[in-house]
Design a protein around this ligand. Structure first.
Ligand SMILES: NC(=O)c1ccc[n+]([C@@H]2O[C@H](COP(=O)([O-])OP(=O)(O)OC[C@H]3O[C@@H](n4cnc5c(N)ncnc54)[C@H](O)[C@@H]3O)[C@@H](O)[C@H]2O)c1
Length: 351
C-alpha cells in the first residue's frame, strides 16, 4: 500500500454541507474535531471494531458511552434500533449530544437511523470500517433497517455531520470484503471517473488512498446534487437493477458486490444494444470485475424470475423498467429498454 501522509477532505454539498476525511490513522483526531464541544457522545460500534471504537471514545472530551451492536445485517432490525434507543435514554443523550457510528455499512445504516429518530434527530459522525462503507454506505444520508417485507424498506434521509475514512482500519478486511467495496468503486469508475478503473486494474490494495478519494468524490458529487434521490442520484444505481433482482432471487446467497458485478456487465450489454456503447467497454467490465474475483455471469434459467423482480423494483417508475445505461464510460443515461432487448442482453451474461 502507498501511504501518503496528509489527510484529504471531500466536501458533500448537501444543506448543510459536511466533510469526508480520508487518511491514515485519522479516526481519533478527525472524529474529535468533527464533534466539537459536546456534553455526551454515544459510540455505537460493531463487535469486530471494538478496540478502535474504545480508542475513539477515549479521545473525545465528553462523557462517552460505548454501545456494541449486533454484527452484520442482523443489526438492521427494529428490535436492535429499540435496544439502542433504550441505551441512549439510559445514557441521557440530549438534542445537543451526538452519536459516533463505527463499523461497516450495516452499522452506519442502523446508527444513522437511530440518530435520525432519537429526539427527532441528533448529530451523527460515521467512521466506516469497510471499503463499501467508506465509498458508499456512510456517505449520502440514507439510513435504513430491514423488515419482514424486505431490506431497507424503513429508513430516513439523515446526513451525518462528517465522515472519517481511516484507511488503516481496512487492513483487517478479508479479500472478499475488499472485493465487495471494489465493485462499488468500479461502478463509480464506469459512471463517472475512468481513472478509478485504472487504479483497480493495479489491484484495490495498491493506491488505496487515491481509490477511496476518487470513489468518495463521485458519490459526494452525485449526492450533493440530489440529497433525497429525487432524480440525478439515480446514476448510482448502475448495475443495481439486475443486481437487486439477483440478490432477492438467490435469497441473498450472493453478496451485494457479486450481484451488482453481474448487474453491471448486464447493464453494459444492454447499453451496447440500446445506446451503441462500444463493445470493448463491455469486455472491460468482464476483465476488471473478473480480476477482482467477482462473477460476471448468472444462471440462464433465472431470467423469468429476474425480469419479474426487476419490474417490481421500487426504483422503477410506473410500469416501464427504467435503468441506468452508459453511452460511453463516464456518460451515464437513464433509459427504458424493451423487454426483448433485456432478454437478449441477459443471454449474453448467462452461463
Ligand atoms: N446507506 C446507503 O446508502 C448504503 C449504500 C450501500 C450499502 N448499504 C448497506 O451497507 C450494508 C453492507 O455494508 P458492509 O459490506 O460494510 O457490511 P457489514 O457492515 O455487514 O460488514 C460486513 C462484515 O465486515 C465486518 N467488518 C467491519 N469492519 C471490519 C474491519 N475493519 N475488519 C474486519 N472485519 C470488519 C463486520 O463485522 C461484518 O461482519 C448493507 O446493509 C447495505 O444495505 C447502505
Amino acid at each position: 500500500m502507498n501511504r501518503a501522509s496528509a489527510a484529504r477532505t471531500v466536501r458533500v454539498a448537501t444543506d448543510p454541507p459536511y466533510d469526508v476525511v480520508i487518511g491514515w490513522a485519522v479516526a481519533e483526531e478527525s472524529t474529535r474535531d468533527l464533534l466539537g464541544e459536546r456534553a455526551a457522545v454515544a459510540v455505537i460500534h460493531q463487535p469486530v471494531v471494538s478496540r478502535i471504537a474504545a480508542r475513539i471514545a477515549a479521545s473525545i472530551t465528553a462523557r462517552t458511552k460505548l454501545i456494541e451492536a449486533t454484527d452484520g445485517e442482523a443489526a438492521k432490525s427494529l428490535g436492535e434500533a429499540a435496544r439502542l434507543w433504550d441505551e441512549l435514554a439510559a445514557t441521557r443523550i440530549t438534542r445537543t449530544d451526538a452519536i459516533v457510528a463505527v463499523g461497516g455499512g450495516s452499522l452506519t445504516d442502523l446508527a444513522g437511523f437511530v440518530a435520525s429518530t432519537w429526539l427527532r434527530g441528533i448529530d451523527v459522525v460515521h467512521v466506516p470500517t469497510t471499503l463499501l462503507g467508506m465509498v458508499d454506505a456512510a456517505i449520502g444520508g440514507k439510513t435504513g433497517i430491514n423488515t419482514a417485507a424486505g431490506k431497507n424498506l424503513v429508513g430516513t434521509f439523515h446526513q451525518p455531520i462528517g465522515v472519517v475514512c481511516d484507511l488503516d482500519l481496512l487492513s483487517s478486511l478479508s479479500p472478499v470484503r475488499i472485493a465487495e467495496g471494489a465493485a462499488e468503486c468500479a461502478k463509480c469508475g464506469f459512471i463517472a471517473d475512468p481513472e478509478i478503473l485504472r487504479l483497480l486494474d493495479a489491484g484495490p490494495g495498491d493506491n488505496l488512498e487515491e481509490l477511496v478519494h476518487r470513489a468518495v468524490r463521485v458519490k459526494a458529487r452525485v449526492v450533493g446534487a440530489d440529497a433525497t434521490e429525487a432524480g440525478p442520484r439515480e446514476v448510482l444505481n448502475y448495475g443495481h437493477t439486475l443486481g437487486h433482482a439477483i440478490e432477492r432471487a438467490e435469497n441473498f446467497r450472493l453478496s451485494h458486490g457479486e450481484a451488482i458485478a453481474i448487474g453491471m456487465v448486464f447493464a453494459a450489454e444492454v447499453s451496447t444494444a440500446a445506446r451503441g456503447l462500444d463493445p470493448d467497454v463491455v469486455d472491460r467490465h468482464r476483465e476488471l470485475l473478473g480480476r477482482l474475483g467477482l462473477p460476471t455471469c448468472h444462471r440462464a434459467d433465472a431470467w423469468p424470475d429476474l425480469l419479474r423482480l426487476m419490474q417490481g423494483d421500487k426504483k422503477t417508475r410506473g410500469s416501464t423498467l427504467r435503468m441506468v445505461l452508459l453511452d460511453e464510460i463516464a456518460r451515464p443515461v437513464v433509459d427504458a429498454p424493451t423487454e426483448d432487448l433485456l432478454e437478449a442482453a441477459y443471454r449474453k451474461v448467462s452461463a
